[in-house]
Design a protein around this ligand. Structure first.
Ligand code: CAA
Ligand code: FAD
Length: 385
């Protein structure tokens, strides 16, 4: 059943996409969620299924093999996948809102013709910005690129790279001129077979089916035509894409909160104690009502940011607010959901506890919650000074 929401601003196409993703998530992803979490592994059949469903080139033009849908459609897909499995959701999120978008926005015609069809049809992408010494301070990255004739030679390493275990296409941010500071950062596109090495696959608290790896680049040779958006433009590309990507993470956390709610709340109306469904005790009912408000507020912030972006309005502050708040709500609601189901909620069998483990990442990646607050604070200061 669709969750009760006052938000009714979706086009017929977006509504149809939501229903199709719901079906895919429930029927194809659902049966594999626990096994993938336990094995810390993404089933390749799910990645294949996402491509077959047209969910890996959501905004990509039909000419390039994509679905040519709206940004909101991408957000809907991320939300619906997260209701069932936030790991599958982030895989789709990074691929669409970060990797595809960099190429759609900053790639030249040759680059778009070459890379977008592969990314829409079969090849998974990764976005490689963070390093061991530069997470929040992303522009302090140490990976270097030096020119060698018609090639660039990249040396360095990236940490925490989502999708990288399965990916074939990588956007790599490297500095070509450290004396220029962050204005030397340049975005390159590379394929795995050029020599990208996976140095370590992380074992994590949550989103365990989503791969997160350290990558090493040891004299990685990249042709000059693989610079995206121009030399020294990488820092702007990275942050402008992250401003959008943060709406994707807001949607992931929104879907996660709704997924935990959808699992736990029906149980509270079935489970009786003291001769009464536990969900009808006021102490429980008010907590459930509070959670419903919080989820709705996260939904409104998320889709407001998405629509503003689509309409060409400013959205950076709204995106930071949506990501910050959806992450708070996801953690809070999924934590409560465990308690609402009592001992049953604490077992791994019901899958409720998994939402809570998965929720922690919302406050960390694509800019920690403090980074979102810092972004919002800068806007507020500008508006009121
Ligand atoms: N939007 C647009 N431009 C911005 C911006 C924003 N939100 N924040 C900063 N900038 C620009 C500034 O305008 C400035 O550019 P100019 O010199 O051209 O004017 C430049 O960036 C540097 O500005 P600051 O000195 O204020 O920035 P900083 O160096 O202190 O930090 C930042 C900037 C690295 C972007 C930091 O604010 C930030 O967002 N850190 C978090 C990094 C992050 O989100 N990483 C995510 C990695 S990908 C990922 O995580 C994927 C996943 O998990 C699924
Ligand atoms: P730090 O920056 O060291 O932060 C530590 C703490 O200090 C945080 O609480 C932070 O809020 C606080 N802090 C830092 N600076 C400030 C400040 N100025 N003011 C107030 N507080 C501050 N990166 C990619 O490039 N691509 C990916 O695909 C990707 N996927 C990821 C997947 C996972 C599972 C994880 C865990 C990370 C991923 N990341 C990815 C990296 C992610 O973006 C960073 O982890 C994140 O930006 C935080 O950086 P950090 O871990 O170095 O923490």
């Amino acid at each position: 059943n669709a969750p009760p929401t006052s938000l009714d601003t979706f086009t017929d196409e977006e509504q149809m996409l939501r229903e199709a993703v719901q079906r895919f998530a429930t029927e194809v992803v659902g049966p594999k969620v626990r096994e993938m979490d336990e094995n810390e592994n993404m089933d390749p059949a799910i990645i294949k299924g996402l491509f077959e469903q047209g969910l890996m080139g959501i905004e990509t033009s039909a000419d390039h093999g994509g679905a040519e849908s709206s940004f909101t459609s991408a957000i809907i897909a991320i939300e619906e996948l997260a209701k069932i499995d936030p790991s599958v959701s982030v895989l789709c999120d990074v691929h669409n809102t970060l990797v595809n978008t960099v190429l759609r926005k900053y790639g030249n015609k040759e680059q778009q013709d070459k890379w977008l069809p592969q990314l829409a049809e079969s090849k998974l992408g990764s976005f490689c910005l963070s390093e061991t010494g530069s997470g929040s301070d992303a522009f302090a990255l140490q990976t270097r690129a030096t020119k060698d004739g018609n090639d660039w030679i990249i040396n360095g390493s990236k940490m925490w790279i989502t999708n990288s275990y399965e990916a074939e296409i990588f956007l790599i941010f490297a500095n070509i001129d450290p004396s220029a500071g962050y204005k030397g950062i340049t975005c390159f596109i590379a394929t795995k077979d050029m020599g990208i090495q996976i140095a370590k696959k992380e074992q994590k608290l949550g989103i365990r089916a989503s791969s997160t790896c350290t990558l090493n680049f040891d004299d990685l040779k990249i042709p000059a035509e693989n610079v995206i958006g121009g030399e020294g433009k990488g820092y702007k590309i990275a942050i402008e894409i992250l401003n959008e990507g943060r709406i994707g993470i807001a949607a992931q956390m929104l879907g996660l909160a709704q997924g935990a709610f959808d699992k736990a709340v029906p149980y509270t109306y079935q489970r009786k104690q003291f001769g009464q469904p536990v969900g009808t005790f006021q102490g429980m009912a008010f907590q459930i009502a509070q959670a419903a408000i919080e989820i709705e507020s996260a939904r409104l912030l998320t889709y407001n940011a998405a629509r503003r972006k689509e309409q060409g309005l400013s959205f950076t502050k709204e995106a930071a607010m949506a990501k910050y708040w959806s992450s708070v709500v996801a953690q809070k609601v999924s934590g409560s959901a465990i308690e609402w189901a009592g001992g049953v909620g604490f077992t791994r069998e019901t899958g409720i506890e998994k939402y809570w483990r998965d929720s922690k990442i919302g406050a960390i990646y694509e800019g920690t919650s403090n980074i979102q607050l810092q972004t919002i604070a800068k806007f507020v200061q500008k508006e009121y000074s």
